[in-house]
Write a protein that binds this ligand. Structure first.
Ligand code: PHE
Length: 344
């Protein structure tokens, strides 16, 4: 029996040496040490041994079991080690390879313009507000002193959704909305940037969707000179300290008096060139003193409150500032155009 056990040990250790994979090892373990395994089989025959032989053989059997168990554990460790090494080799990263370029995005030029203008006006105490792009006929027109069938509605060809709903044609409805929210009690000092829509055929200077920034300042004793000061600050910030502004009489139903603001042409320094059509001046925005009717409709007493309003187009301002000749560049989203204006 002793020889049998030793032969078994040798056989098992040989197998463990050569076995492949942990499943194979598991099979070997079951084959020798399992309930139906060879060692167990031999031990079953111990009952036939004499009382003196039994402890001797028992001890050998234990040694054999221990030797096999240890060999299996050792092999298991080896297999795990090999598996780990293979995994590491497979996942190895070559840190010397050149990196892949990362495409970093940037802000759209119009976003940059709007944020710059927002910063300037926030610095002058204006708050930044928003309003809906799908607007009611009431806020887009009526509350701005443009009753139904008023001929001046034709100044802004509109996309109607229903009889009473349209895509806003300007950011001016936010004037009326803000005043209404303030209930005729508090001063209003806000700007509102956003998208606007007009039924125009797209060409180099027209886009059916473009951007505007509205400005509104309502308080006691707001005067036209306040408007001029604010606009002058804006023009110099945007186009340089050496620019002059001039206000020309104009017409908007929601302001009285109404003006258009020009800046002196930077190309020719006001002498006249093709950019300013020989006039020396370039039109930038529309503005005026808020019409008493507009104040009244929004709940402000025009004998107590006065105000100014202006509306400017960041598209047009960006085109002038950067010499961009086609408004469609802003909306085609060609990266070759947009990335030229990305800031580091
Ligand atoms: N809403 C006018 C437009 O889109 C611009 C404007 C705003 C004029 C505010 C005067 C005051 O043409």
């Amino acid at each position: 029996m002793k020889e049998q056990l030793q032969a078994l040990q040798k056989e098992a250790l040989d197998k463990i040496q050569t076995v492949e994979g942990s499943q194979g090892l598991q099979d070997v373990k079951v084959a020798y040490l399992g309930k139906k395994g060879s060692l167990t089989g031999i031990l079953r025959g111990m009952g036939k041994l004499s009382a003196e032989e039994r402890p001797v053989v028992g001890e050998i059997a234990n040694q054999v079991r221990q030797a096999i168990t240890e060999a299996i554990e050792e092999k298991q460790d080896q297999l795990e080690q090999v598996a780990m090494e293979q995994k590491l080799a497979k996942e190895a990263i070559d840190v010397t390879l050149p990196g892949r370029p990362v495409n970093v995005g940037g802000k759209h030029l119009l976003t940059q313009m709007i944020e710059d203008i927002e910063d300037l006006f926030i610095g002058m105490g204006f708050e930044v507000r928003e309003g809906p792009e799908v607007e009611t006929d009431y806020f887009n027109f009526e509350a701005l002193n443009l009753p139904k069938d008023h001929p001046a509605r034709d100044m802004q060809d509109s996309f109607y959704i229903t009889n009473e709903l349209l895509l806003r044609t300007h950011t001016s409805p936010v004037q009326a909305r803000t005043m209404r929210e303030y209930e005729g009690q508090k001063p209003v000092k806000m700007i509102c940037p956003g998208k606007v829509y007009r039924r125009d055929t797209d060409d180099a200077t027209h886009s059916h969707q473009f951007t505007q920034i509205e400005g509104l300042y309502v308080d006691k004793n707001v005067r036209m000179s306040d408007l001029k000061g604010v606009l002058d600050t804006f023009a110099k910030h945007m186009f340089g300290e050496d620019r002059d502004i001039r206000l020309r009489p104009s017409f908007f139903p929601f302001t009285e008096p109404s003006v258009e603001m020009d800046i002196s042409c930077k190309m020719c320094d006001g002498k006249g060139c093709s950019v300013c059509k020989q006039s020396g001046w370039i039109e930038i925005l529309g503005a005026g003193m808020v019409h008493p009717k507009v104040l009244e409709m929004a709940g402000y007493d025009p004998s107590v409150y006065t105000g100014f309003a202006f509306g400017m187009g960041p598209d047009r301002i960006a085109m002038l500032k950067y010499g961009i000749s086609d408004i469609r560049h802003f909306y085609i989203n060609d990266k070759r155009f947009l990335t030229q204006y990305h800031q580091a």
